[in-house]
Design a protein. Sequence first.
Length: 162
Amino acid sequence: MPPLPPPRQPGRYAIALVCLGNICRSPMAHVVLESRLAAAGLDDRVVVRSSGTGDWHVGRPMDDRAAAVLRRAGYDPSRHRARQYDGTWPAEHDLVLAMDESNLDDLGGRSQRVGLFRDLDPGGPGEVPDPYYGGPDGFAVVLDLIERTSDALVTEVADTLA
Ligand code: 4NP
């Protein structure tokens, strides 16, 4: 894993997480990553936002199945409201991480600050699969991938800000 792009503002870091609907994967990653950053004492220096490339769910809370799997694991999904990605996000974040290749294409592909969330996964790069049309097991798989990747991302951010 190459080092993260340097902060645009010294000592601070902004991470944007992007999926399709902003009701399942990127909101789950948002909640888990914020929780891990708080545990590492980095929540006052690192901001996380999430959005979807589509506009269907703007303003809505998280998908019930995503919220349930988070609650069962001890996270609070209640504050999420879906937002839509727009072209200003890359200029306002140090890192923009898409959940799958299709989301990445919608962002215009890879660049210095834009890649896939699972580029940081110690279990190997890949996509966070879309669980929306599947059963509840898909959400548990997604949570596992997100927790593992968030731990690695927090370590990288801590190194970058050290
Ligand atoms: P997400 O999942 O991109 O992980 O939030 C989806 C949510 C909604 C839809 C597709 C995927 N949809 O087609 O409405």
